[in-house]
Design a protein around this ligand. Structure first.
Ligand code: ADP
Ligand code: ADP
Length: 233
């Protein structure tokens, strides 16, 4: 089942009115449920721009993106918030947890935005905390947690709405190798056991070697695709 389709997306930034800069030159991509896609490429090649344009964070200048069959380009600003927490989970390099909220409150943010009731929030936050083995952290603040613990909590926040698609931009970029391995194991498990689809930008070849499909971006185009599905990892 197709979960995401990008058709010929172009992204142009206006550095000023006379100086336009085309970062993505027409990228097409089909993503199927259960995929685990890694995107690699040199710094500045457009990886973050691509993942942002695929996931409603940014809007392509030309071309279209469909997620679960819905065209997200034409979606009104007011709709994207709801669409995001119903369809997508985000994990970032810098965790993006809110310092003034406890881990429990951070994980609850997408549910709070979705206006889920208080009792159900408590239940769902505790269920995902159990699954990711972070129960002991729930009443701590991000500053009291290690980097690896913070990223686990950020993954819990991404998963708490049960999204079918996780979008991650260098999720291991601020983690040491032990924590990177642990995060990879967690993502692999979600992909294999729960059939969560993953699209991840990474600089780490070891992490990328576990993906089912590896895309190399160079100067705003997909330069090379390596299919790994079926390989015994
Ligand atoms: P990568 O993630 O591969 O390092 P990015 O997608 O972040 O690459 O950036 C690709 C190019 O687009 C870079 O030259 C970057 O400077 C430029 N760029 C990214 N975001 C913006 C923006 N908001 N405005 C203007 N230029 C941008
Ligand atoms: P990454 O590590 O993901 O490649 P960058 O350091 O390239 O991130 O960019 C961080 C942020 O700054 C992004 O949101 C990107 O859109 C923005 N950005 C990058 N380059 C530029 C630029 N030349 N002008 C304006 N914004 C930019």
């Amino acid at each position: 089942k197709k979960i995401l389709e990008a058709k010929n997306i172009v992204k142009t930034y206006n550095r000023n009115t006379k100086n336009e800069f085309e970062v993505l030159h027409g990228i097409s991509l089909e993503v199927y449920e259960g995929d685990f896609i890694c995107i690699m490429g040199p710094s500045g090649s457009g990886k973050s721009t691509l993942i942002n344009n695929l996931s409603t964070i940014d809007t392509p200048t030309k071309g279209s993106v469909f997620i679960n069959g819905k065209s997200v380009n034409k979606m009104m600003e007011t709709e994207t918030g709801k669409f995001r927490y119903e369809n997508l989970g985000f994990v970032f390099q810098s965790f993006n947890l809110m310092d003034t909220l406890t881990i429990r409150e951070n994980i609850a943010v997408p549910l709070t935005l979705a206006k889920v009731g208080k009792d159900e929030i408590k239940e769902r936050v505790e269920a995902i905390a159990n699954k990711l083995e972070i129960n002991a952290l729930l009443d701590k603040y991000p500053a009291e947690c290690s980097g690896g613990q913070c990223q686990r909590c950020a993954v819990a926040r991404a998963l708490v709405t049960n999204p079918k698609l996780i979008v991650a931009d260098e999720p291991t970029g601020n983690l040491d190798s032990k924590n990177s391995h642990d995060l990879l194991a967690l993502l692999k498990n979600l992909n294999e056991q729960d059939h969560v689809t993953i699209i991840m930008v990474t600089h780490d070849a070891m992490i990328a070697s576990y993906s089912k499909r590896l895309l190399f971006i160079r100067d705003g185009v997909i330069d090379e695709v390596i299919e790994r599905e079926g390989l015994d990892q």
